[in-house]
Design a protein around this ligand. Sequence first.
Ligand code: AMP
Length: 297
Amino acid sequence: MNLSVVHTVWELRQALKTIWRSELLLGFVPTMGALHEGHAALIRQANRECGFTAVSIFVNPIQFDRAEDYELYARTLPEDLELCRSCGAQLVFAPATEEMYPAASLTHVQVSGVTDYLCGQHRGPHFRGVATVVAKLLHLIQPARAYFGEKDAQQVAVVRRMVADLNFPVEIIGVPTVREADGLALSSRNRRLSPSERRDAPALYQALLAARAAIEHGSGPAEARRDALAVLASTPSIRVEYLEVVDDESQTPVSRIDGPVRISAAVWLGSTRLIDNTTATPPRLSRSEGGAPGQRL
Ligand code: AMP
């Protein structure tokens, strides 16, 4: 099937009318463009599991906490469309800002609790902007399934909670993080790293792996955190914004580890902010039991 590209809500509804009426499972991948192999993994999985795959490409202004980050965000629509086509997407919705926000919104979606720590604590209105735009896109596209990268684990938790609390009829699918050979998680912001920052950036994943190894050997969250921070301290160009061991569902730091947990971090290399995370399971659980969620603070 060919790739259709639409820019307005009216065109989008025209393009989806027959799909909504059909038996086809509609899969949706929301993105901000500057697409890379991480996005490609989401689109390919949607394409494998669904009869029709729609992708949105929209740099959402209301989720940026810094004007500079919004302005510098890479916009590469022709290349993005090529990638969508090669991954099997059938429809791309690439609206202008005025199409999504014809007037300044007076209505927002605020997911509390899950946004108290990590990026929620450090990026002001970020998740309010994310939840609001995802709610709008889910209403516009009405997919059966929507695909999100685990690279943004807190975002996945926020969207899952919003969808559960507000009864959106959609299944949220988390897709594993795609990494470079040296472990750096693919990100649209990686292209802003200088050559020396790029060389130092894999320390972020190395630090997460150190924490994971500690947890898998039975360490508690404080010890795991200390091991990870020691790795980051040996790379002076890296400034740590946060590094926490959290319960994945609540995205809240744990005081004890008695089940699978997520280790999440945000760091700065110069003026570029990178985030990454991984999961870890303590030894008693990794052997047999599936595991209960970690004890919350
Ligand atoms: P973005 O364009 O950065 O808003 O990302 C769009 C979607 O792609 C989000 O669900 C991200 O979590 C996901 N994504 C971004 N980078 C990666 C990656 N390296 N691996 C897997 N998914 C990713």
